[in-house]
Design a binder for this molecule. Structure first.
Ligand SMILES: NC(=O)c1ccc[n+]([C@@H]2O[C@H](COP(=O)([O-])OP(=O)(O)OC[C@H]3O[C@@H](n4cnc5c(N)ncnc54)[C@H](O)[C@@H]3O)[C@@H](O)[C@H]2O)c1
Ligand SMILES: [Zn+2]
Length: 387
């Protein structure tokens, strides 16, 4: 179901390589159109694996039924059907990102004969990547992993940085591990089958990279946001590698979130509150981040840390991506208090103090603690009155 203006390029001339340094092993992220058609040669070249010799016991593809429907045949051809020992499919709905799914996948791997020398190839969005990453980290205390991210979010964010894990009924991503893949292969062609809402949701995270550290990307998006939404290949080729580089830079310097990595949470304190208050049903994650960035930009301007005109630039860019589902009911004061309480219990909060990543300028953000509830309340009330 290729409804996009994405052209197939069989050569890999336009390939981009970005290195990520990690305590659990350094690896490269490769980006380029047509790369998945050539996986076998790529993995051989990158020494990530391949070849059913005594050194490795074959490749196990982990994916979901939906992703597999679109991409399984191409991936199999790319890896070489005889090299793939088996494919394990699991439901990639967010509510299935849990320990039960990890257990099921691990048990299947045992039954399929995967040993320590197996290689897992995760093909899918963030849910497939997070589950597969955790499986790879824990199955037989660690087997090799290659990520093939197939959503915009996964290509610019979740497949890079080594965070893996699953949800508990008590909250998101509460059980997990840092675990490096051998290789990440991001092919923009795979985005051609992504539903429009999912693709747009990824654009908000792209905007985030502009605000937190890349003025040029931000201006480019102001010029080209519609083209990006149409998935124009030249636009993807500019945007995605820039985001990959930004994420790689941040996580390489601060793998375990001591400081710098925190800037990736721009818009996310508000976003998590919006998602939690609506029981994860109303928004795709990126959409909540869209609202979160608007709220954070307004908050920064309100407390005098950020130029109001610049805040408006962020807001209008976010709004150009498309309509956002409505905010949780913040008009009533009980609604606002609930949101503030959720933010105070966010796992990134320290000592119950509200902390926000706020822009100083477009391209520069900082973490600010101790902002009063009243200012946060002002922002939320104003937003809900004139959303
Ligand atoms: N590990 C990290 O650092 C990190 C960072 C950001 C987000 N995440 C996690 O990622 C998850 C969200 O990931 P996501 O936004 O990629 O969504 P997703 O994995 O939920 O995928 C969205 C939907 O698109 C489908 N899909 C995926 N690729 C497709 C394709 N090419 N064509 C058609 N359909 C396709 C999936 O089946 C799914 O229904 C969340 O669980 C979040 O917590 C993790
Ligand atoms: Zn996010």
């Amino acid at each position: 179901m290729n409804k996009l203006p994405i052209h197939s390029r069989s050569d890999t001339a336009g390939e981009v390589r970005v290195g990520v340094d990690s305590a659990t092993g350094s690896y490269d992220v490769l980006y380029g159109s047509g790369l998945i058609g050539n996986l076998s040669a790529l993995m051989l070249r990158e020494k990530a694996v391949i070849r059913p010799t005594s050194e490795n016991t074959g490749i196990f593809v982990l994916s979901s039924p939906r992703v597999s429907r679109h991409w399984q045949a191409k991936i199999m051809r790319g890896i070489g059907p005889r090299t793939v020992r088996s494919t394990v499919l699991f439901d990639d709905r967010e509510r299935m990102k849990n320990i039960a799914t990890v257990e099921r996948v691990c048990r299947q791997l045992v039954r399929l004969g995967a040993d320590r020398r197996a290689l897992l190839v995760a093909v899918g969005g963030g849910v497939v990547g997070d589950v597969s990453g955790y499986v790879a980290a824990s199955y037989l205390r660690g087997v090799r992993l290659v990520h093939i991210p197939t959503t915009l979010v996964a290509q610019v964010d979740s497949a890079i940085g080594g965070k893996t894990g699953v949800n508990l009924p008590e909250g998101k991503n509460l059980v997990g591990a840092f675990y490096s893949p051998q290789l990440v292969v991001a092919d923009p062609e795979t985005l051609s089958t992504l539903p429009d809402r999912e693709f747009r949701s990824g654009i908000y995270e792209v905007i985030k990279y502009g605000v937190i550290g890349d003025t040029r990307l931000f201006s480019y998006l102001e010029q080209n946001i519609e083209r990006l939404a149409e998935r124009d290949l030249a636009t993807l080729d500019f945007v995605i590698p820039r985001c990959i580089r930004a994420k790689a830079r941040v996580v390489s310097r601060d793998e375990r979130e001591a400081g710098l990595r925190e800037i990736l949470n721009f818009g996310h304190t508000f976003a998590h509150a919006f998602e939690t208050a609506t029981a994860y049903r109303r928004y795709l994650h990126g959409e909540a981040v869209g609202w979160g960035m608007i709220a954070a930009a307004r908050l920064a301007a309100l407390v005098g840390r950020f130029d109001a005109e610049e805040a408006l630039r962020i807001e209008s860019l976010v709004r150009r991506v498309g309509p956002l589902p409505p905010l949780p009911p913040t008009g009533r004061s009980a609604g606002v208090d609930r949101l503030i309480e959720i933010m105070r219990s966010d796992k990134k909060t320290r000592g119950g103090k509200l902390r926000f990543v706020l822009p100083r300028a477009i391209g520069k953000v900082e973490t600010v603690a101790g902002i009063s509830r009243e200012r946060v309340r002002d922002v939320l009330s104003a937003l809900s009155k004139r959303p």
